[in-house]
Design a protein around this ligand. Structure first.
Ligand code: MSP
Length: 579
């Protein structure tokens, strides 16, 4: 099955910040997992087709026809198009910097999109799903805009800006017959087979607004075009140049317009439309209704993540606590140690993906948490484990993967498992089972878009390797082996060497499997480990094959496992944070 994944398209009135970066990095991690699953190069350079019809297509882009783009362009002395060009470039640069591997980048001002939107609107007008009606509302003549009924009431039916009375105004407008789809949408979402809304909190939120007594009204999908240049930015309603398509309707169609071509049609429908919770209504209700009206299949899933807050506070420019791109760059370059080794991009991606607001609840970007997670999962976790294992293989086996398969022949001991004895009792470390279990965990988590849970399977596996090392104490075993050798107990020394070899093989092979699981979030660091250990994923081999413990892609006796670079240098709590 092909996999088609989208992010929201971002408004170009301003520059990218953590919200945009978070959604896009999450999508990138999912795209990389999906390519890895299909045996395609993770970074997408293999193209979108790989694996029969099972390619991956990852789309992001910019939403450019918003009124606020016109306002902000004017404030900067630029035309809307110039301003959109400049900021779209900023988004592209930001995503490249974050290692995002999107297959296309759509800008809604591109002809390929505008032409398709006009055609979709024309089709919906033909089917009667879009009709010309009249919009009546409270109009602020000074601001030349409508205010909502609630705002009007709150301000005593006076302009919130100049206090002049609001006027009730009626004008022609195009509507989408959303009311027609209420029952159908509710059933679809309740059932969840063809169209699921996740996480659960989002699903109940939408259902609450779809269940009677709630009533869905038809929604305006046009805005008037007047002599005011500010109203001239946008796609025209086909056959009526006095009206332009409301920016949200224009924007939603990007997911379809980009793949509505002969070569890309096979990617439809989206496997996931990934969004933030603030834009749930448009994606979980208006969007599927528009698609149903067009006779198109619905996205399999809409996933709405929560929001980042900063040091426990809502982010705002006035508070000065906004996590913008500069701040993210400062984290990437931050060297929290005397050696001056930066934490690097992968550490930031890891933090965002495992600690972010994916489950629905908001998450805090706090410096203390960043340091804690960096040290626990990366420096003391996978980084330390890989380097311990690599160093021991280097020291005791000349940097070559030891011979293995020399289990002690007791129950629970075979080529992939080992029974340990500690004063607390014994434990069996069955690494084949642990790795298979971790991989199942990854699959289960990915099916629900829980990337955090998928990645943490890698951390648990590393935890098992660390525990195994603590139980078996290979460094003491090596000393004992040298002593036996020196004292002329050759048979004992040989036995110990075999055991040590088996233990280190189990560790190294489990680290290899863990590295595959965390690689979608940390492609750069894991590629460095694979280079050092000579275990880069074989081109074309799917994850299910690559991740088999001791399988045909496993580490081979005699294979060189270099010490490699230090992947993550520990953060010294005393070093000041970035920026
Ligand atoms: N242009 C529309 C989307 C159209 S999609 C057809 C839009 N753009 S946006 O630039 O304002 O925001 C895009 C995304 O950024 C939203 O999904 C929003 O949830 C996300 N974020 C903005 N601030 C955020 C945080 N503080 N935290 C996490 N994500 C947040 O809406």
């Amino acid at each position: 099955m092909p996999y088609y994944l989208t992010t929201p398209i971002y408004y170009v009135n301003d520059r990218p910040h953590i919200g945009h970066c978070y959604t896009t990095v999450l999508a990138d991690v999912m795209a990389r997992y999906q390519r890895l699953i299909r045996g395609q190069p993770m970074d997408g350079r293999g193209g979108v087709s790989g694996g029969g019809d099972g390619g991956v297509f990852f789309l992001t882009g910019t939403d450019e026809h918003a009124d606020k783009v016109v306002t902000s362009a004017a404030e900067h002395g630029a035309t809307p198009q110039e301003w959109a060009d400049r900021n779209a470039e900023e988004f592209k640069k930001a995503f490249a910097l974050l290692g995002v591997s999107n297959d296309d980048f759509i800008r809604t001002t591109e002809a390929r999109h505008k032409e398709k939107v006009s055609a979709y609107i024309a089709r919906l007008m033909e089917s009667g799903d879009i009709y010309r009606g009249e919009y009546t509302g409270w109009y602020d003549e000074g601001q030349e805009e409508y205010v909502t009924e609630t705002t009007a009431r709150e301000h005593d039916f006076k302009s919130p800006v100049n206090r002049k009375p609001l006027v009730k105004r009626t004008e022609p407008c195009y509507f989408f017959r959303l009311s027609r789809y209420q029952a159908q949408l509710r059933e679809l979402i309740e059932n969840g087979d063809r169209f699921s809304v996740l996480p659960e909190a989002r699903r109940s939120e939408v259902l609450g607004r779809l269940k009677p007594p709630a009533v869905l009204n038809d929604v305006p999908v046009s805005r008037p075009v007047t002599s005011d240049p500010a109203t001239q930015w946008g796609i025209r309603i086909p056959g009526d140049p006095e009206h332009r398509v409301y920016v949200w309707i224009d924007a939603l169609f990007n997911y379809l317009s980009v793949v509505d071509t002969e070569q890309r049609r096979r990617f439809w429908p989206p496997s996931v439309n990934l969004i933030g919770k603030d834009i749930l209504w448009f994606h979980a209700v208006i969007w599927p209704a528009l698609l149903t009206a067009l006779g198109e299949e619905l996205p399999r899933m809409v996933f709405g993540h929560g929001w980042w807050v900063s040091e426990g506070q809502k982010m705002s420019k006035s508070m000065g606590n906004f996590i913008d791109l500069e701040k993210l760059k400062a984290y990437i370059a931050w060297s929290p140690n005397k050696e001056g080794i930066p934490v690097g991009l992968d550490a930031l991606r890891w933090f965002m993906c495992t600690q972010g607001p994916l489950s629905g609840a908001d998450a805090d970007f706090s410096h203390a948490k960043f340091v804690e997670v960096y040290n626990a999962d990366l420096a003391n976790g996978i980084g330390n484990c890989a380097s311990r294992v690599g160093n021991m293989i280097d020291k005791y086996f000349g940097g070559q993967v030891p011979e293995h398969g020399t289990g002690r022949g007791e129950p629970g001991q075979d080529d992939a498992s080992w029974m340990t004895y500690t004063p607390e009792g014994h434990a069996t470390f069955d690494f084949a089972a642990l790795c298979a279990g971790a991989l199942h965990g990854v699959e289960r988590a990915l099916a629900q878009f829980r990337l955090d849970e998928a990645l943490l399977q890698g951390v648990s596996l590393i935890g098992q390797v660390d525990l195994f090392i603590n139980h078996t104490r290979p460094f003491s075993m090596a000393k004992e082996m040298d002593k036996a050798q020196a004292e002329g107990h050759a048979a004992r020394a040989k036995e110990l060497r075999e055991e040590l070899g088996q233990i280190l093989y189990l560790c190294a092979e489990a680290v290899r499997v863990a590295s595959l699981i965390v690689a979608p979030a940390m492609p750069g660091k894991m590629a460095a480990l694979w280079r050092a250990w000579g275990c880069e994923p074989a081109p074309g081999a799917p994850l299910a094959e690559l991740a088999v413990f001791g399988g045909k892609h496993g580490l081979r006796p005699g294979q060189r496992v270099g010490k490699g670079e230090i992947l993550f240098m520990r953060a010294d709590g005393k070093v000041a944070g970035p920026g």
